[in-house]
Design a protein around this ligand. Structure first.
Ligand code: PMP
Length: 351
């Protein structure tokens, strides 16, 4: 049967997230989630939250969470934008800042959602190759463009630029909005938030999903000049799906207010990461230096898809990307010490 409407539907290569195994007793190291629970204050909020509050709309200005973030970062609430996870914040930022029609720039190996948003929003883009060590060459970004977006640290490589390098990038890209996606910054890299007073075109995006163990709640934020933040607020406009709900606002605030728990969780993950990297190297893996909660590794003698499948059979889920240049690499989320011990023991058998 002729169905002309089919030609009118949007065709898109969707982003494929890491597998969410349904069986119990698996070791899940495939989505860069945090192996530790959220801060104790989060449990308290969930236990005591008054359901009657759900009868009214959430606070449109999100005053309490923005104030907590502003106090932590030494900013004004008007320099902060909130969304349902940083994916939402990024999607809105693409719509708000990358609309000149000129191609935006991002690394050729990076967070695989960027091309999806570009395709959806019809934003032209140009990818900038990483060097042979998966490093970003900043000089490659010195060309006319409609915007720049970089994860720092980058994903899935784990490598980070220093604050001085980010400032260099900003100095050479004053005519466009530069977005630094800091989803993994809390595990050892330097945040660019300190640069937002100086660079009105800088947007720093962070998330509660990784360092704050809140991937299931969807809490993301952006920091930037009042010019950028008010543009995001205007584009968002109304209580739509970008608006955080009242429960998430309360949970987010409880998490941000517990600095001690946050630092200790990040410290534990980073220590386990460094130990696991050494152990993987001892097994012959080449491991890219990581300042994140994951490791990016390749084994010169065993193909990555084989290792991936063999681990999967043993109930250990990691991530494999069938993409040019990295199709012999594996991305392994840092779990607890016990989980990483089980991973290393399984790899010893497989290799
Ligand atoms: N940026 C990067 C680089 C990521 O890897 C992720 C997680 N997949 C995100 C943003 C989005 O995280 P969330 O929406 O959970 O905040």
């Amino acid at each position: 049967m002729n169905k002309p409407f089919l030609d009118k539907l949007r065709k898109i290569d969707p982003y494929v997230p890491g597998e969410q195994p349904k069986t119990a007793n698996v070791i899940k190291l495939n989505a860069n989630e945090n192996p530790y629970p959220p801060a104790p204050g989060v449990t308290e909020v969930l236990r005591t939250f008054d359901a009657a509050k759900l009868a009214v709309y959430p606070d449109a200005n999100a005053k309490a969470l923005k104030t907590a973030l502003a106090e932590r970062e030494g900013l004004k609430p008007s320099q902060i934008f909130l969304g349902n996870g940083s994916d939402d914040v990024l999607a809105l930022a693409f719509q708000s800042f990358f609309c000149s029609g000129e191609p935006i720039l991002y690394p050729d190996i990076t967070y695989s959602f960027y091309p999806v948003w570009c395709d959806l929003l019809r934003i032209p883009y140009e990818t900038v190759p990483l060097d042979e060590n998966f490093c970003i060459n900043l000089r490659d970004y010195d060309k006319p463009n409609g915007g720049v977006i970089l994860p720092n640290p980058n994903a899935p490589t784990g490598r980070a630029l220093s604050l001085a390098e980010i400032e260099d990038l900003l100095q050479h890209n004053a005519d466009c909005v530069v977005i630094i996606d800091e989803a993994y910054v809390d595990f050892g890299a330097e945040s660019a938030i300190s640069l937002i007073e100086k660079y009105e075109n800088l947007l720093v995006v962070q998330t509660s999903s990784k360092s704050r163990s809140l991937a299931g709640m969807r809490i993301g934020y952006a920091f930037g000049s009042e010019t950028l933040i008010s543009t995001l607020e205007a584009v968002k406009n109304s209580y739509n799906s970008y608006t955080m709900d009242s429960l998430a606002l309360a949970v987010g605030e409880a998490s941000i207010r517990d600095e001690v728990y946050f630092r200790e969780t990040c410290r534990k993950v980073a220590a386990t990461r460094d130990r696991a990297a050494d152990e993987l190297r001892a097994l012959g893996f080449e491991v890219t230096p990581s300042l994140t909660n994951f490791l990016f590794a390749t084994h010169p003698k065993k193909a990555a898809p084989e290792i991936f499948s063999a681990l999967r059979e043993k109930g250990i889920f990691i991530r494999y990307f069938k993409l040019p240049r990295i199709d012999n690499h594996l991305r392994i989320t840092v779990g607890t010490d016990e989980q990483m011990d089980a991973l290393i023991a399984a790899l010893k058998q497989i290799l």
